[in-house]
Design a protein around this ligand. Structure first.
Ligand code: SF4
Length: 249
């Protein structure tokens, strides 16, 4: 049996080009019926919560139906998105199904756009505002690379301005595109410790107004269904990945 929660890569396509992307495009973009069959297989094998991720899940035309399908089978859903697009059908189903959403924002406008490789900040902020206004359980996550520690206080104050109550800080890991950029982006041991301390201080400073969390993907492997149908325990680099099962769907 699998863990109760799985990161379900809907697609490896994306409308952004982050230099630290954990799962850059490899050409995998399965159709909705294939993804539906995979969800049925996961739910039959112990999964209870399907965490839609990518690539960018909101660019898949079947996302709203897939979320509905999980709930129709008795499961729960989460979504991680860059928030650049948010189709009305997806917004409605997130609200209806009380899906928890994490939106990736990496700093102020110019810095964010530079990190994601396209003009995105204003669209993402607007879609974050739409979700918050609709009462969706939405939080923000921020990847921090070497030299980018200054974003932590900025992101905390941004979350307060936007009415967001939870901020997760993700230290860079050298996976996917990040492996090629590790010379530029990797945090030294000292930077990593300083960032961790800054997260603790920020958490203390904001108290109950903002839940500031340290989310380190090197801490433990993450169960993932890849867009090509493989189920893996993903480590901090591809070299630490372990195959769990081959899904033949
Ligand atoms: S990190 Fe997310 S938003 Fe950025 S390129 Fe990768 S999948 Fe797209």
């Amino acid at each position: 049996m699998l863990d109760e929660v799985i990161c379900f890569r809907v697609t490896r396509f994306c409308n952004a080009r982050c230099g630290f992307c954990l799962a850059p495009s490899d050409g995998s973009h399965p159709d909705t019926s294939t993804l539906t069959a995979r969800i049925d297989w996961l739910l039959a094998n112990g999964v209870r919560t399907v965490h839609f991720c990518g690539g960018e899940p909101t660019i898949h035309p079947g996302l709203a139906d897939l979320i509905q399908h999980v709930h129709a089978q008795g499961g729960r859903t989460r979504l991680t998105t860059n928030g650049i697009v948010l189709p009305g059908a997806v917004l409605s189903v997130l609200k209806l199904r009380r899906t928890s959403v994490k939106v990736s924002i990496h700093g102020a406008r110019e810095y964010h756009d530079q990190m994601v490789g396209c003009t995105a900040f204003d669209q993402t902020s607007e879609n974050l505002r739409r979700m918050a206004a609709d009462g969706i359980d939405v939080s923000v996550q921020t990847t921090v690379v070497s030299g980018g520690e200054h974003v932590v206080p900025w992101m905390a104050s941004y979350c307060i301005r936007m009415g967001i109550r939870k901020l997760s800080i993700l230290p860079f890991i050298p996976r996917g595109s990040g492996y090629q950029r590790r010379g530029e982006y990797e945090l030294t041991q000292g930077e990593r410790q300083a960032l961790r301390d800054l997260v603790k201080q920020t958490r203390k400073a904001y108290g109950s107004r903002l839940d500031v969390r340290w989310l380190d993907f090197t801490a433990r492997p993450v169960l993932v269904m890849e867009a090509d149908g493989r189920v893996l325990l993903e480590g901090s680099t591809e070299g630490f990945d372990k195959a769990v099962s081959v899904n033949l769907v």
